[in-house]
Design a protein around this ligand. Structure first.
Ligand SMILES: C[C@@]1(C(=O)O)OC[C@H]2O[C@@H](O)[C@H](O)[C@@H](O)[C@H]2O1
Length: 469
């Protein structure tokens, strides 16, 4: 059987990771422009000053996507190109770049799927409290409205935030992302709430414009499974799902926070300073969400943790989900299991974990429309006789597309798949070593682009609508 006719085969990128041109055409500085320059923060000091120069080469890149037969391109807008100081004057050249990128996609019939926030925050806002400040939430709504007004005639698919758990968790608990704060649970939970509030306000503003597109949010999907049937380990898995999934998905899809977590936050003094107006905004906009975007790479296997965590020093490695680290509250720890397979970066490869997780989401949230907004294999691709023979990536994506087809046949409302990533790009913490693209970028030869084996494979999958999978 083929994938449904309206299922979108896509691929994704993010502004800071592909564009470069960090100081060009009026773009303001972002938190990542500064953070990436702090010695030791990124792998080998890599940063997005040039990245893979998508800002200047987007016509070639989009043409390559069209050659692949890509049906949809998910990319993010850099807020600091539109509002250089976060919430002040609009930069016309910023609007111009994204209008050109959108028009280039439409020239080939590629559906633009736009993420408003993929971690690059205008510096002025980061320096004024970032996501712990209500100013940032209000500024986001202004920024979103400008994007809806400028691009909404041609962009009909909007994602407000990418992976809130990552930029808040790495920003305020692990310290591996800006603003680089460690172990501050109060700020962490406050930041997540301000993001959900900003999301709900942006959704409400979008619906008022009656542009008749769809809007949602993209979250990490990291289903937690107990290592065994032991009662305390089952409890640990439930705890992990409450904090890593329900805390993020409930305020969006149910319009309220999961009681299990709310109760514990009160006990620990971590409750955000939320107002009735804010909580009512979440409640009244839950039904306005058109979809949830899932970024699935792996599940986590958890067991009860017994070692004290106090405020341990976090490393860059422990911040990229390598198994073995205890949760921030010390309740559970992730485990590497010898009967599972892992990537070079220690991420488990488990299509079955995805399928089981999808049924868990359906059980909790009902028949909500979903997109896989990211899935892919980070690898150091083998090069044989000058060809990039990324067979491991082909196998990884093939296995995940198979369970997506199966999930759809089992009644899961999945409407599209965006491979991470369309083109090799900058990894926040792994530089250029960890490749994800269908298109290779040669950093030793003028960032020249080259089709990988997976480029030709994905082209065939799209042409045949996955019939052979
Ligand atoms: C941590 C890491 C990685 O480098 O493997 O996870 C997978 C992928 O997730 C995306 O949301 C990030 O924008 C992208 O940079 C990648 O980041």
């Amino acid at each position: 059987t083929k994938f449904p006719h309206d299922f979108l085969f896509g691929a994704a990128s993010a502004s800071y990771q592909v564009e470069g041109a960090a100081n060009e055409d009026g773009k303001g500085p972002t938190n990542w422009d500064v953070f990436s320059k702090i010695p030791g923060k990124t792998f080998e000091g890599t940063n997005g000053d040039i990245a893979v120069d998508h800002y200047h080469r987007y016509k070639e890149d989009v043409r390559l996507m069209a050659e692949m037969g890509l049906e949809s391109y998910r990319f993010s807008v850099s807020w600091a190109r539109i509002l250089p100081d976060g919430d002040g004057e609009v930069n016309e050249k910023g609007l111009e770049f994204y209008n050109n990128l959108i028009d280039e996609c439409l020239k080939y019939g590629i559906v633009p799927f736009v993420t408003l926030y993929h971690w690059d925050l205008p510096l002025a806002l980061e320096e004024d409290g970032g996501w712990t400040s209500k100013r940032t939430a209000e500024a986001f709504v202004k920024y979103a409205e400008i994007c809806f007004q400028s691009f909404g005639d041609r962009v009909k698919h909007w994602i407000t935030f990418n992976e809130t758990v990552m930029f808040c968790g790495l920003g305020y608990l692990k310290g591996a992302h800006p603003p680089g704060i460690q172990n501050n649970e109060k700020k962490y939970f406050q930041a997540t709430h301000n993001v959900f509030y900003a999301h709900a306000k942006a959704v409400e503003a979008y619906k008022k414009l009656k542009q008749y597109g769809e809007i949602g949010i993209t979250h990490v999907f990291l289903p937690a499974y107990s290592v065994d049937g032991n009662e305390s380990n089952l409890e640990a898995a439930q705890h992990a799902n409450e904090y890593e999934t329900f805390w993020y998905y409930d305020p969006i899809l149910k319009g309220e926070y999961p009681p299990y977590v709310v109760k514990q936050l009160e006990e620990k003094g971590w409750t955000p300073d939320w107002t009735d107006e804010e909580l009512d905004t979440l409640r009244r906009n839950a039904d306005n969400n058109d979809f949830i975007g899932l970024n699935y790479y792996q599940p986590v296997r958890v067991e009860k943790n017994f070692e004290a965590v106090s405020s341990i020093e976090h490393s860059r490695e422990s911040s990229t989900l390598v198994p073995g680290s205890p949760s921030f509250d010390g309740f559970y720890r992730t485990v590497k299991m010898d009967d599972k397979t892992y990537t070079k970066w220690g991420w488990e490869i488990s299509p079955q974990g995805f399928l089981d997780g999808l049924h868990m989401l359906k059980a909790r949230y009902g028949d909500v429309k979903m997109y896989v907004t990211e899935n892919g294999l980070g690898d150091e691709d083998p090069i044989i006789d000058g060809e990039i023979v990324d067979v491991p990536r082909i196998k990884y994506i093939e296995e995940h597309l198979k369970v997506i087809k199966l999930a759809i046949s089992q009644g899961i409302n999945l409407k599209g798949y965006y491979a991470w990533s369309a083109i090799d790009l900058l990894s926040w913490l792994n530089g250029y070593k960890k490749q994800y693209g269908f298109i290779y970028v040669d950093h030793k030869d003028g960032l020249n682009r080259k089709k990988k084996l997976s480029f030709h494979w994905y082209k065939k999958v799209i042409e045949t609508r996955g019939e052979e999978l």
